[in-house]
Design a protein around this ligand. Structure first.
Ligand code: GLA
Length: 493
């Protein structure tokens, strides 16, 4: 009896202490690299000790509160991105601790704002669908480098120049890598005329493009059909035509256009029309610009990508630098083979080779698989400091030739048994590339019969693309042992 009374009293105290003090819309301002301030909104609905609502992350994605509860005067909640929040009322502000995963945390303060501040901008109607004529670019899968996987928001002008130098110096440029692509976090905001301007990390975009061009390479950039990018920086929403012109004036050769906050404005059924809008703007901008769609495989993009003159489109969520992520993506692209071809490619995301989360056997598998898939080859590592072993993988010309084969066919799985997968890719001139993959966690035996390749007899010639060695084709087929997570990559003539 006594205990219940005490509990009831404490409960009452707690409710009065929390008397809906959090209820409302709060804005957190976060300083970011490049002199940019990002906004996150906490939209909190409090009734006594009940707390619900959402977080508008980086001004661009609405995520509901999960596991919201009070710990004394502090409210604690999570969002599905694996981020946790602790908010502590302090006068007319909130003290906020944001915990990203296990290690990273950020202290911030939130001010009360009008509820409408957290709303997305009004919807600008999209034009009716039509077929945008192909731009004629990317007749083989684009090859280059992208800043995101290794540098994230640390990319800047100096990194880009040094990467261009490294691409030439390492021999990668000579092997076909040409694009130097700046991913998210280069943007600042708009000037008085509405022109998109870079932040302080990129003092002069035109001068940077000139530099990259002087090295015989091409420069790529990144934006979003939404008002802000995935990292919360300025997007192209409502400025598509103007931004395409700006990119052309700077000398940009490639645009990665990332859905991100467009999801707050448009429906999924608007994907094609939204991507068409930028495509038409690019077609009018006066410069050939490779058009790369990033929509994480939403909306069966492969069925309409060519209609918006896309040169490539993402087929999956973001890759991570580990075996599971890479294998889950790479080995699941089979059903998309019919949609790839010269000028328009499936993009299973950028390479992680050399970033340290896999061993070199696994990175060889990563590269082999991407080449059999006729995937874009965007190195995602630090080219300035990569090891000889990393370069040897990225720069294996026999393997690159499989990816860049002019027939432009995406490879397919022929066989899958006991962790061994056989993938083949037809090549121009009647040869085929064959990958025998071992997905098992231990070394495993593998056999390949000529019949599995549709051959009635042993091929004329057989070559191991990683060993750079001609093999003697045995009568019935090939067999051998493959290391854990490894591959044997053969050219069958
Ligand atoms: C998304 C994309 C990534 C990268 C980031 C940048 O997650 O899928 O490839 O561009 O945005 O914020």
């Amino acid at each position: 009896m006594k205990k219940t009374l005490v509990a009831a009293f404490l409960g009452l105290l707690l409710i009065s202490a929390n008397a809906a003090v959090l209820d409302g819309t709060w804005r957190i301002d976060q300083a970011r690299r490049g002199g940019v301030t990002l906004h996150t909104f906490l939209v909190l609905r409090q009734k006594g000790t009940e707390l619900a609502g959402k977080v508008v992350v980086n001004d661009g994605v609405d995520l509901p509160l999960r596991k919201a509860h009070f710990e004394g005067p502090d409210a604690v909640f999570s969002i599905d991105w694996g981020t946790d929040y602790r908010v502590h009322p302090e006068g007319d502000k909130l003290r906020v601790t944001i915990i990203y995963g296990a290690k990273d945390r950020e202290e911030a303060s939130a001010v009360r704002v009008a509820e409408t501040d957290a709303n997305p901008p009004a919807v600008i109607p999209l034009a009716a669908l039509e077929v945008v004529p192909a731009n004629g670019l990317a007749q083989t899968p684009p090859m280059g480098w992208n800043s995101w996987n290794h540098f994230g928001d640390k990319v800047d002008d100096a990194t880009v120049r040094e990467t261009a130098d490294a691409m030439v110096r390492s021999g990668m440029a000579a092997a076909g890598y040409v694009f130097i692509n700046i991913d998210d976090t280069w943007e600042n905001g708009r000037d008085a005329k509405g022109n998109l301007v870079p932040n302080t990390k990129f003092p002069d975009m035109k001068a940077l493009a000139d530099y990259v061009h002087s090295r015989g390479l091409k420069l790529g950039i990144y934006s979003s059909p939404g008002p802000v990018t995935c990292a919360g920086y300025e997007g192209s929403y409502g400025h598509e035509e103007q931004d395409a012109k700006t990119f052309a004036e700077w000398g940009i050769d490639y645009l990665k256009y990332d859905w991100c906050s467009a999801g707050r404005i448009y429906q999924d059924s608007d994907l094609q029309a939204a991507y068409q809008k930028m495509s038409q703007a690019l077609a009018r901008c006066g410069r050939p610009i490779v058009y790369s769609l990033c929509e994480y495989g939403m909306g069966d993009v492969w069925t309409w990508g060519p209609k918006v003159a896309a040169n490539l489109w993402r087929t999956t969520g973001d890759i991570q630098d580990n075996w599971k992520s890479m294998a889950d993506i790479g080995f699941n692209q089979n059903r998309l083979a019919p949609y790839a071809g010269p000028g328009h490619w499936n993009d299973p995301d950028m390479l992680e080779i050399g970033n340290g989360g896999m061993n070199n056997t696994e990175y060889r598998t990563h590269f082999s698989l991407w080449c059999l898939l006729a995937a874009p080859l965007m190195a995602g590592n630090d080219l300035r400091t990569m090891s000889a072993a990393t370069l040897k993988i990225l720069n294996n010309r026999e393997v690159i030739a499989i990816d860049q084969d002019p027939l432009g066919k995406q490879g397919e799985r022929r066989e899958e048994r006991e962790g061994i997968e056989i993938w083949t890719k037809p090549l121009a001139g009647g040869s085929q590339a064959v990958g025998v993959f071992n997905r098992n966690d231990q070394e495993s035996p593998a056999t390949l019969t000529w019949a599995q390749l549709g051959l009635s007899a042993a091929p004329k010639a057989l070559r191991d693309a990683w060993q750079h060695r001609d093999l003697e084709p045995a009568a019935g087929g090939w067999n051998g042992r493959i290391p854990a997570h490894g591959v044997v990559l053969l050219i069958v003539k």
